[in-house]
Design a protein. Sequence first.
Length: 172
Amino acid sequence: MNGAAGPQWAPLVIIAVIALVLMFRMRRLTQQRPLRLEWLWVTPTLFLIVTMVAAAQSPPVGLDWLWLGVALAIGGGLGWYRGKMMHIAVDPETHALNAKASGAAIAFIIALVAIRYGLRYLAVGERLDAALITDGFLVFAVGLYGVQRLEMWLRARRLLTQARTARAAVGG
């Protein structure tokens, strides 16, 4: 055996590990879980803080801002779409909110992971700015999670208002 055998099978091991992690994550995503409106801001805020700290290490210059703006816009657009794919239900008696990912939302996550690794594969060997790529993914995540949570918050509040109005109309 020569020393080149390792790099040839290493990508397969990485793909297998990612597939296992996604399988366990997807099983959890298909379960209905409580949705707390007051906590929807936490994940986007954490991503924003991490993004700001990372960008402070190597501040964007010139056209970097344009690329980061594009990443934010794409992340926001996909976040809105992903948020709309989440199933939100209101218990008519307790008005408790529950959320569950749809099959389309799960396929969406798999597609994002595939795109990320595809872009990473294409970037190997190219002279690309690693800080800009990292910042781009972070800004994309801020847009994705921020707008997804905003869409879910707006829709959940509307559903909760409708449930409360319907219960009041019945006299409960």
